[in-house]
Design a binder for this molecule. Sequence first.
Ligand code: IVH
Length: 677
Amino acid sequence: MTNKSIVTSEYKKKIKILKKHNTSYFSDDNPKITDAEYDKLKLEISYLEAKHPYLKRIFQKSNVVGAPPSNQFKKIKHLSPMLSLSNAFNKEDVEDFLKKTNNFLNLNEKNIEIFTEPKIDGISATLIYEKGVLVKGLSRGDGITGEDILENLKTIKEIPKKINSSNIPNLLEIRCEIYIGKKDFFKIQDNFANPRNAAGGSLRQKDPNETAKIPLKYFAYGFGSVEPMNFKKQSEFLKKISEWGFSTNSISELVKGVDELELQHKKIDSLRSSLDYDIDGLVLKINDLNLQKRLGNTSNSPRWAVAYKFSAEKAFTKIKDIVIQVGRTGAITPVAKVDPVNVGGVVVSNATLHNEDEIQRKDIRIGDTISIQRAGDVIPQVVSVDISKRNKKSFKFIFPTKCLCGALTKKEYSKTTKKLDSVRRCIKGFECKYIAKERLKHIVSKEALNIDGLGKKVIEKFWNMKIISEPADIFKLNYNDIKKLDGWGELSIKNLQKAINNAKKINLSKFIFSIGVRHIGQENAKILAGFFLSIKNFNNLLKKEKRKELLESLSELDGIGETQVQSIESFFSKEINKKITQNLINQLEIQNYVSQNKDGKFSNKKLMFTGGFNNMSRSEAKSIAERNGGKVLGSISKKLDYLIVGDSKPTKRKIDQAKSLKIKIVTEKDWNKILNS
Ligand code: IVH
């Protein structure tokens, strides 16, 4: 080999390594080497480029951000949670959103004012102004706690550092989306998968001078905490903050009714390619802020808004194979392995086929030419089969009746729909290693233990290497062994150790959600935590002699139905689940449930509703009771403090039962009086 080819090959190797680390930093947010090691690598490359002019100078031309994104930002609790949005994909979903809104508010208003804004595909951040001065800037983090990225945000020219106006609230929290313009992205795209990743990488620089190198922009779209709150409408809020110097989006519009919404959705979709920023839908917001407040939130998303996604992008490809995947609840999902195809900028090689019935209905076969679609962040789906292109000799797909673990699968009978479930499930639980692995992935996820650096891929690897077999193992890792593995350096080990340590302290409701009992989502986990209050009480579920009585009490809780009770019973009647749960409890410091509103009007009180109310729906009444510290029960028992009786068709039997148990009866008039007091 000539000297020139040795240098070129050495150079290419280093560029390859740099690119790999860039991906770990920028896309996976999981640096694998220290800043010093990274700097050394960069230095070596630029040295080679300077010394050997024949090299392609990839590095010099590429304008790579100077340093890896950091994980070392200070964590700060958000003043109010940063939620996400639920999605709508078609007109029916939008109608459903409007109907639910009306039902909750006990209204019948077809033309409720909706403010529509493009959904910017960037990175969310929140800016806190005290007396008009920017004092804090946080990333979203897990929605409850964010990271202090103030100095980096300050490098964005258009973000006001001080608001020069009178009459501004003492406390003003502005929610915004940070992005890179498409044209600017074009100049730096070599290093990033998409503009969103580039914006994320830039925002997470340790040195703000590095952030400043990449041209970030932003749109302000909402607020967190505001005191005093003087705005009445979303449209009014945006107009005002735009006067104060914030960048707001100009293609937002106020519309009424589903037909106007459809038109606006089409209009913005058609503008999409001409905009200098990526958008992936239209956000529909109830314009009246008082109605927004009444609607409130579910665990994850506001009830007053929805993201109306743009229609899915489609492409044609061929099915190479159909395999099955096992989910954490044992659900067997068929997946089509397809010839890789570009669907709206993303290369897709897997698409879900949902379930056995779907395959039969569409008669999907291996070798078929199919149309697939990808909408937003959901898994690509197989839409249809082009039968004309089918090989005459192909066979119908026979759905396997066994799980990947070898155990039998079955379709459950649903008491509610009186039908067999269309999903097949593995009859095993934790004993099925595929289910166990998925449960581990669930447990480390953002909504559960939220362990940075221990994502799905790492779990997969650690599982295969038998480093982690059950949740408790996460807390007993031997870091010296991990250090020997490919891709793990001092820094990533240190970060992992820290993240795992932080995860030990967990509140009761998150813990309950983490265990992954089927039908116990975040909302139900909260209800259960409110009932058990401490891990000590929760632990009684593991004891056979106490479980029956507990389950009876659980069924009295509003929101917990027969399905949930049965699922809890079946989970805790299995020895292996009990053992694994107990092992996990032993590793954690589980905090007692603290009611958010200890001083609320109904603090520590148990309420039940019967009958309809004139000025609010049952759901709103329930949410008001909970916001004020009360617990809502679904049936009458001695434990009940109040039976709230709405004027419209209350159940007489319930009133009589309550009277005989000497439970206080509150009429609709009194209820309104209490709320206004
Ligand atoms: S309103 C969820 N408006 O979308 C609280 N969000 O999935 C209300 N986003 O984290 C959000 N453009 O970062 C809202 N015009 C817009 C938006 C927008 C982009 C992002 C935001 C949020 C995510 C929700």
